[in-house]
Design a protein around this ligand. Structure first.
Ligand code: PMT
Length: 420
């Protein structure tokens, strides 16, 4: 039988993400019935939510028609799980105190169904002793409370308090309902009319006045006028990082190998082909406050780049002599204009963390961001839209599990903004 959740939307800036959540849940064949608090309706209209759920949106405790057709007790009885998303500090406090002064809080007091709360609020509100006390008590009372994401907030501050991605919330809901989670159902644009709110959130100016240098894409090492050595990098991860940095107000120089991606808005792009060209473009772009070397630079190039197309000689294969390319990242770490924060990426196919840590010290960078680039059926990080990364620093390790490259980029830039 189809699983059903009762979604309670309370009034915070993240309320608009409930629309995206509904879309993904319904793609997982989970039915959603929604209740909005009065203040939630200041952020998302009941009409938008009703369009997404294809159902009536409940809000008023004393609506006679609603009570006659389906009372507040019934609303929770019909659900397999109650999800509060976003759960504001105010709603969490009321819930903990057992206050029932509107439809949402009355349902929460009356229900015997499992409850999952997804908090989203300003970092200071989240860190406040009162909120932390309430969360602790709710968890002891068997309410599942997700930990909010950390990063830049709509109000311009940084830290924990951001609503987790709708895909992560869906994953949690699927686990609770015993429904198979499918990450591919989380892709694509939300039909939300409020996507400009997302823009506002990412558009804080924490990196204003900083110069960020980024390399991206593959390099191409010519063998002759028509042949070259290259790799599968598409440039997507590096371009997403450039985009995120520019949105945070940085001056961004993006040195791109041969890729067919549009230049992110506000980014200065320098196209190069070979490792040697990339090396010289990097040196020309200095000084920079931070350099992020996302490019998959070819370690070797042909010793002789033939002037004319090399001809087949009977059955014999023309021998290809290779010589080593300069290590741009390692050179930058020794440069007199070394950026204050120097970040390398490590593309590994085995022993990912171990090899990445070795690269961190061998190349002399401050952080190394490791990703597993092995492929399954030709599908992988290189060329794909998702990534799983480990950010390795002197202080330890942060992981970003399966996320879009845009999301990975945004999280990395927020971490960078905290130290620059
Ligand atoms: O482009 P996408 O399709 O989105 O894929 C993204 C990515 C997988 C290419 C990216 O996330 C990534 O891992 N980039 C680093 C690729 C790489 O070359 O890794 P590496 O482990 O070989 O090199 C380590 C570091 O040294 C990298 O920062 C690299 O830019 C740098 N390097 C390497 C060789 C060289 N001659 N000069 C360098 O500066």
């Amino acid at each position: 039988m189809k699983k059903q959740i009762l979604l309670i939307v309370s009034g915070g800036i993240a309320a608009y993400k409930s629309l995206e959540l509904v879309r993904i849940l319904r793609r997982h064949d989970i039915a959603v019935r929604a209740v909005m608090t009065k203040s939630a309706a200041e952020f998302v209209t009941p009409l938008s939510l009703g369009v997404m759920t294809e159902d009536h949106v409940y809000g008023d405790m004393f609506n006679l028609k609603d009570e006659r057709e389906i009372g507040h007790i019934q609303l929770s009885r019909q659900a397999d799980l109650i999800v509060i998303c976003p759960a504001t500090a105010n709603l969490i406090a009321k819930m903990n105190a057992g206050i029932a002064d509107d439809l949402a809080t009355t349902i929460l007091l009356a229900t015997d169904k499992p409850v999952l709360a997804v908090p989203a609020m300003n970092v200071r509100m989240w860190n406040h002793n009162a909120t932390q006390r309430n969360i602790k008590q709710l968890r002891e009372d068997s309410v599942m409370v997700m930990t909010p994401d950390s990063g830049a907030m709509a109000c311009g501050e940084f830290g924990p308090g951001r609503l987790p991605e709708p895909s992560e919330i869906t994953q949690q809901i699927c686990t609770q309902l015993g429904v198979k989670f499918d990450a591919t159902l989380c892709q694509g644009q939300s039909p939300t009319t409020q996507s400009n709110v997302q823009e506002t959130i990412t558009n804080n100016q924490a990196l204003a006045g900083k110069h960020i240098l980024i390399t991206a894409g593959p390099t191409r090492e010519a063998i002759d006028p028509v042949r070259y050595i290259a790799n599968r990098s598409s440039g997507k991860q590096g371009f997403a990082i450039a985009d995120a940095a520019a949105k945070m107000g940085a001056k961004v120089t993006l040195i791109a190998g041969p890729v067919s991606l549009p230049t992110p808005s506000g980014v200065e792009r320098i196209d190069v082909e070979s490792a040697l060209e990339m090396q010289s473009a990097v040196n020309d772009a200095l000084p920079a406050d931070c350099a992020i070397m996302v490019a998959a630079v070819a370690d070797w190039r042909a010793a002789n780049n033939a002037e004319q197309k090399i001809k087949k000689d009977g059955d014999a294969i023309a021998p290809l002599q290779l010589i080593e390319n300069p290590d741009i990242l390692a050179e930058l770490s020794q440069h007199k204009e070394r950026p204050k924060l120097l970040i390398g990426f490590a593309a590994e196919t085995e022993n990912v963390l171990e090899h990445a840590r070795t690269k961190l010290s061998r190349k002399g960078c401050d952080w190394i961001i490791a990703n597993d680039v092995s492929t399954t059926n030709g599908q992988g990080v290189m060329g794909g839209d998702h990534n799983d990364v480990h950010i390795i620093t002197a202080d330890g390790e942060d992981n970003i599990d399966h996320a879009t490259k845009e999301r990975v980029a945004q999280t990395i830039m927020e971490k960078i903004a905290n130290v620059l």
